[in-house]
Design a protein around this ligand. Structure first.
Ligand SMILES: Nc1ncnc2c1ncn2[C@@H]1O[C@H](COP(=O)(O)OP(=O)(O)OP(=O)(O)O)[C@@H](O)[C@H]1O
Length: 262
């Protein structure tokens, strides 16, 4: 059974603007999925519906078999963790240790348990040596990892990352891939919104394309990035390796090795 399921979900903001409609998606434990689509397609609205920051105005979202309408946001956030696009929307403590510990304290864990979880999450996110630092002493790219550590420490079954590679260099992007692999190995669902097509190809086996408030396609990277009609209609570009192959008149290539084999 899917751990997280969106069934015919629609959502309109208070001003009446319909941001998403007729969304159907389901996610099994242990899978990592990218959600892509042009600005305003409805990606962030969709993931906020997953962790009950928003409640559907049509249809329902089921987490572990239960509708989010029947739960509180605090109950859902223990199961579905959302790392905001901008870390500065999330960070408010004066040390990284306190920032990671904050949610754990709210969960009423013992000081020893809190300490253990803070240190484990910091280790995974390569922050151990910075635990006593003020978050704003670290650059923006590193602050993103603080917010990831906050969510990892709370150990939800679903981790949602909103634009994790934005503002990151190659080394940090490799760190992100390592963290996602770690979470998947621990049987978590990792859902990542991204505009970084190279990252999608390198990291994900399943990709959901959203456009104009709806899901356009849910398939493998190869099925997505060689569907030129879909890309055109969704204002998306092929990753560089596909563009290169295309210029050479070769199709269905996803990696440099695929290209060399043709
Ligand atoms: N609080 C709000 N009130 C009204 N409309 C909103 C609100 N938040 C978002 N919207 C609108 O809903 C639509 C979908 O926004 P959303 O942030 O879900 O898109 P997105 O695909 O994540 O875009 P991006 O890639 O730019 O982050 C946009 O047109 C946006 O302006």
């Amino acid at each position: 059974m899917a751990y997280l399921e969106l069934k015919n979900v629609g959502f309109s903001y208070d001003n009446g603007y319909e941001a998403v409609r007729n969304i159907n998606m389901s996610f099994e434990l242990g899978e990592s999925v990218a959600i892509i689509g042009e600005n305003g397609a409805g990606k962030t609205t969709t993931v906020k519906l997953m962790n009950r920051l928003l409640v559907p105005t049509k249809g329902e979202v089921l987490v572990d078999g239960k509708s989010t309408k029947e739960c509180t946001t605090a109950q859902i956030s223990k199961k579905v963790g959302y790392v905001f696009q901008n870390p500065d929307d999330q960070i408010f403590q004066d040390s990284i240790y306190k920032e990671i510990a904050y949610g754990l304290k709210k969960m009423k864990l013992s000081p020893d348990e809190i300490d253990k979880k803070v240190r484990e999450a910091a280790e995974i996110c390569d922050l151990t040596e910075h635990l006593e630092d003020h978050p704003y002493n670290l650059p923006y790219s590193k602050r993103k990892f603080i917010t990831i550590a906050v969510i990892i420490a709370m150990d939800p079954q679903v981790v949602i990352l909103d634009e994790p590679t934005a503002g990151q260099d190659r080394t940090s992007t490799e760190d992100l891939k390592r963290i996602i692999n770690h979470l998947v190995e621990k049987n978590k669902v990792v859902i990542t919104i991204t505009h970084d097509m190279e990252f999608v190809v390198d990291q994900f086996e399943r990709v959901i394309v959203m456009a104009e408030k709806e899901v356009r396609k849910d398939a493998s990277p190869k099925e997505i990035f060689w569907d030129k009609e879909l890309l055109e209609l969704s204002s998306l570009e092929q990753p560089y390796i596909c563009q290169l192959a295309d210029m050479m008149g070769i199709t269905d290539v996803m990696t440099i090795n695929d290209l060399l084999d043709k």
